[in-house]
Design a binder for this molecule. Structure first.
Ligand code: AKG
Ligand code: FE2
Length: 282
């Protein structure tokens, strides 16, 4: 992990680290702690008052009855102005503009809160999509020769070895494939960081929440950034009525993207654990 402690004018080494190095870059002391604490209070309030929300790669936690210790707060843009303030930070815009092009989008903005005793996730990648283990559903020849996405983590609590800082396998983004128990996972590191810091990582890099063995919570904001070309040119779906959608063939539904559940309002999902191959529970 490359650590940056002072303001940068040249981002080349950051881009190189994300693409060809460890895949992870940490910027120290970026955010005002008042803003971070404001975001933390809102995240905690939602996490404590809402039903358990959809989470991912948590088959181990689900199988052992501990999934309620791995909480999500989704759709953060609508949950307080502070979330717009944090995500529009200059360093974020500088790095992502260079990596993905200046007209990039946000594809997901949520919080991941690990309570003491939570088990963590199976190692996975977030992009080209988190179900990349269904390899037959992706294009032949897909590789990691260019940046397809970038993930950002903004710690709201101390992300330490004990409290479940996100684990990652340095350099795993370079040879694009979904990790399984057959891969060498011995060089596992963690994205150790504190409130106020800002972490970038390549979405092709294998990673996952670690167990929280501390006696305090570990919450972090998780952001997915995407290049603008992921948007279809024509909105083919809004124009069609329910009758057409209900009565169209499976192939037509596939062509309209109706057989794939994204983009979806995660806040309304009734699933508790979605996605993942569950190799820890097999
Ligand atoms: O909470 C974390 O440490 C990581 C979460 C993550 O990678 C995910 O849900 O895709
Ligand atoms: Fe992830």
């Amino acid at each position: 992990m490359l650590e940056i402690n002072k303001p940068l004018s040249d981002y080349k080494k950051v881009l190189d680290e994300l693409l060809f190095g460890s895949g992870v870059v940490l910027f120290k002391k970026v955010f005002d702690l008042n803003k971070i604490n404001e975001a933390r209070d809102i995240v905690n309030k939602f996490a404590e008052n809402q039903d358990q929300k959809e989470s991912h790669f948590n088959s181990e936690a689900e199988a052992s009855g501990k999934i309620h210790l791995q909480q999500r707060v989704w759709n953060l843009f609508g949950k307080g102005q502070v979330f717009s303030d944090l995500i529009t930070n200059d360093i974020i815009f500088n790095v992502i503009s260079k990596l993905l092009g200046t007209e990039f989008f946000c594809g997901s903005y949520c919080a991941s809160r690990l309570l003491p005793g939570s088990l963590g996730q199976e190692l996975h990648l977030d992009y080209p999509y988190w179900d990349f283990y269904k390899s037959e559903t992706f294009p032949i020849g897909l590789n990691s020769s260019f940046a397809q996405n970038c993930q950002v983590t903004i710690p709201l609590d101390i992300c330490s070895k004990e409290s479940g800082a996100t684990a990652y396998i340095p350099g795993s983004q370079k040879n694009l494939h979904y990790p399984t128990q057959k891969d060498d996972l011995t060089n596992k590191q963690q994205m150790i960081a504190e409130p106020g810091d800002l972490v970038f990582f390549n979405g092709n890099c294998w990673h996952g929440a670690s167990p929280n063995n501390s006696d305090y919570q570990r919450a972090a904001l998780l952001i997915e950034f995407l290049p603008k070309y992921i948007k279809p040119v024509e909105d083919l779906v809004s124009y069609l009525d329910k009758d057409f959608k209900d009565n169209s063939s499976d192939r037509v539904r596939q062509l309209l993207g109706l057989n794939y559940e994204y983009p979806k309002i995660m806040d309304s999902s009734k699933k508790l654990n979605n996605i993942g191959i569950g190799y820890k529970t097999k």
